[in-house]
Design a protein around this ligand. Structure first.
Ligand code: ADP
Ligand code: MG
Length: 441
């Protein structure tokens, strides 16, 4: 008979053939064979409870079949959890085709760095992505600001969209939702509100903590929720607090729709911070940043990932301006500035808009307008680029600030400016001057 390790490695080869690589990496690769029980059942160690449950529910047959193929005999399997199992190796996943949704293209599983701080949330999110409706419904992800809730939630949406091109998937913030409700009440047209939400397969509600306290809308919100849940639709919720700290919400959710699974995301440890920075650095073509600089950022910025990205973007912007590799000593200065002014930095989306308008001598109404002549379009593009790079605002947020433009328009504008800067000295100077004004105001 084969040794247990040999048997498992043969089975792994079979499984690798049969499953998609993303499934294989997420669920199978980290399994460790432990022993045969007395009744001949093969005991397999898994990483988390979610791994164990998901494997049991969805993959035990597949695994058993692979073992049969490997050994020629029927082998029963049992999954167990171990707290001392090593974390799965991280490998890049292949790019996936994406169906159209209102999701931010950057927020996929591929770009989400796994670490100790988000291991549990990631596993839960992935389970829901692979098995919407069946795994955990609703899935409730909570954690502090900038820790990756929106990213993870949207990653689920992307994944479901790519596996189920016909699904209707809607991402919305609780503020948007409230706007919808208020609008429908104003128009006395609840029907269209209900139609909009009831036709969905998957609803992603971001930052649900804002719902608390707003009575009429809250009620409508729970009606919609209730309907969706009863119709077996997948709901994913994020919040900056655990449900128990949003008592009204907890109460209503619990009584109305019951809990699926609640998971949290913690602040990232140093390794995760560094891994995120390395990934980002590898995506920045044409910008050279020394590893020491990345470690420096990872060491100093330990609040959240949004701050890390903000800092990184600043380093990148600076590197582009000086057009030289970023060294630790230059970074030291840039970082000093960033950390001392930190969150209190005066630069805001409004300030950028105002300074850009002043610089080009146009009005806020003009920069927000739909006019496409260069006189307005060019400053608008620059303002969008700066909002993106200095504030790390989302394309959607920026779109809203500039006449409700679609995020793809914003993305295009940012890319265009970014691509022009290296070869267009005039533009480079303009961006530098505006940045200086922003920093001095
Ligand atoms: P939250 O919604 O919790 O406030 P976001 O999802 O908006 O946080 O994340 C803030 C930024 O950090 C986003 O740009 C996101 O892509 C990035 N980010 C967060 N977590 C990760 C991660 N694990 N790997 C890579 N990027 C991340
Ligand atoms: Mg968010």
């Amino acid at each position: 008979m084969l040794s247990i390790d040999m048997l498992w490695s043969k089975a792994l080869r079979v499984l690798e053939q049969q499953l998609t690589s993303i499934t294989f990496e997420n669920w199978i690769a980290s399994i460790k064979p432990v022993r045969f029980d007395e009744d001949g059942t093969l005991v397999l160690l898994t990483e988390t409870e979610i791994h164990r449950d998901t494997l049991e529910r969805f993959y035990s047959n597949t695994v058993a079949k692979s073992l049969k193929e490997a050994s020629g005999e029927d082998v029963a399997v049992r999954f167990v959890i171990s707290t001392d199992a090593e974390p799965a190796a991280q490998k890049d996943e292949p790019p996936r085709r994406r169906a159209q949704t209102n999701l931010n293209e950057r927020y996929t599983f591929d770009t989400f760095v796994k670490g100790e701080s988000n291991r549990f949330a990631y596993a839960a999110a992935f389970a829901v992505a692979e098995s919407p409706f069946n795994a955990y419904n609703p899935l409730f992800i909570y954690g502090g600001v900038g820790l990756g809730k929106t990213h993870l939630m949207q990653a689920i949406g992307h994944y479901i969209a790519s596996e189920n091109p016909d699904f209707k998937i809607l991402y919305t913030t609780s503020e948007n939702f409230i706007n919808d409700v208020v609008f429908s009440i104003g128009k006395n047209d609840r029907q269209s509100l209900q139609n909009k939400y009831r036709s969905l397969d998957v609803l992603l509600i971001d930052d649900i903590q804002f719902i608390g306290g707003k009575d009429a809308t809250e009620l409508e919100f729970f009606n919609v929720f209730n309907d969706l849940k009863n119709a077996g639709k997948q709901i994913i919720i994020t919040s900056d607090k655990p449900p128990k700290d949003v008592p009204l919400l907890e109460e209503r959710l619990k009584t109305r729709i019951g809990w699926g699974l609640v998971v949290d995301i913690q602040a990232p440890d140093f390794e995760t911070r560094l891994a995120i920075l390395k990934r980002k650095a590898s995506e920045e073509a044409g910008v050279e940043i020394e590893d020491a600089v990345l470690s420096m950022i990872a060491e100093r910025i330990n609040t959240n990932i949004r701050d890390i990205e903000g800092c990184f973007n600043r380093i990148v912007a600076y590197t582009k301006f000086i057009n030289k590799p970023m060294t630790a000593s230059i970074a030291e200065n840039v970082l000093k500035d960033f950390i001392s002014s930190g969150e209190k930095r005066n630069v805001s989306g409004d300030l950028i808009k105002q300074v850009v308008c002043d610089f080009f001598d146009i009005t806020a109404a003009e920069i927000e307008s739909s006019r496409r002549d260069r006189k307005f379009a060019y400053p608008r593009q620059i303002a969008m680029y700066l909002a993106r790079n200095l504030l790390d605002s989302s394309y959607q947020e920026i779109g809203m600030m500039y006449g409700n433009r679609h995020y793809s328009t914003v993305m295009h504008a940012c890319e265009q400016i970014e691509n022009l800067i290296p070869s267009d000295d005039q533009l480079k100077k303009t961006v530098e001057d505006i940045t200086a004004r922003l920093n001095n105001s």
